[in-house]
Design a protein around this ligand. Structure first.
Ligand SMILES: [Zn+2]
Ligand SMILES: [Zn+2]
Length: 266
């Protein structure tokens, strides 16, 4: 079983905690907030940064990497990231990351950290080499899929059957296209290398429920082009139209922007 919790979520910073229950394996997926704030968030949920065994980076955008350098240096935590993302990260304000703590892989690779296996997979996003992750143990798996411009059959195959998923629900299409963003930025967000809309998220949740996934944490909501209520109701409406009830047939949580969500044991 896993204890999972979003620490921060959205364009101001992303970091998610996952720990195996009863086994000494703790991971952070991304560290896109200052080291100090991630430490404080970990304390709030009763966890300790000193026990983190690895940080897995999805991509080099600032809202995913801002605290990486501090945490890696302070706690001597191994960093896992794709080879191309490592090249890109070194052009970001990350500071010194000791070579011996850097573990690079190719998207599609899997590797072990203690008793968990980690499967990486490519996702479409306008960074150097964005990946999603599926963390697997004998008792189940948790997937992480934020910053993705489009769902593809390959990605669906990687996340199908997950026990739980942190899934992007970035924007409401009406809010985006009627909002103040310049047209090129609207096209970028809505494009195949941008972000996932509430509607696309809802369809993905529906497919995942059919595959056996029952725990969903809607993540990386836009501050300008979405609200927690709209994201929640878009997915719940889609699911209700197919006869699935929140709290009964599946659990749904919105990852808060600035504070940790409710930790779940999956
Ligand atoms: Zn992001
Ligand atoms: Zn990004």
């Amino acid at each position: 079983m896993f204890r999972i919790c979003s620490l921060f979520s959205g364009s101001s910073g992303n970091s998610t905690f996952i720990r195996m229950v009863n086994k000494p394996v703790s991971l952070l997926i991304d560290a896109g907030m200052s080291g100090k704030r991630i430490q404080a968030a970990m304390s709030l949920i009763g966890e300790d940064c000193a026990s983190i065994d690895a940080i897995l980076l999805t991509h080099e955008h600032i809202d995913h990497m801002a605290g990486i350098g501090v945490l890696v240096r302070r706690y001597k935590v191994p960093l896992y990231l794709s080879r191309i993302t490592w090249d890109a990260l070194q052009r970001m304000p990350v500071g010194v990351v000791p070579d011996e703590l850097v573990n690079v892989f190719e998207p599609g690779d899997d590797f072990c950290i203690g008793d968990v296996s980690v499967k990486s997979f490519s996702v479409s996003h306008d960074s150097a080499d964005c990946v999603g992750y599926s963390i697997r143990s004998e008792s189940g798996s948790v997937s992480f899929l934020t910053d993705i411009g489009e769902m593809t059959p390959d990605v669906m195959a990687e996340i199908s059957g997950s026990s739980a998923i942190f899934l992007e629900s970035n924007y409401d299409r009406n809010m985006l296209f009627e909002g103040p963003y310049p047209w090129p930025l609207k096209r970028r967000i809505d494009g195949s290398r941008g972000h996932l809309s509430n509607e696309d998220c809802a369809q993905t949740v529906g497919l995942l429920l059919e595959s056996g996934t029952e725990n969903f944490i809607l993540s990386h909501l836009s501050a300008e082009n979405n609200t927690p209520d709209i994201a929640y109701s878009t997915t719940v409406s889609h699911m209700s139209a197919n006869g699935a009830r929140p709290g009964k047939d599946y659990k749904l949580q919105i990852a808060p922007r600035h504070i940790p969500g409710d930790p779940w044991v999956i």
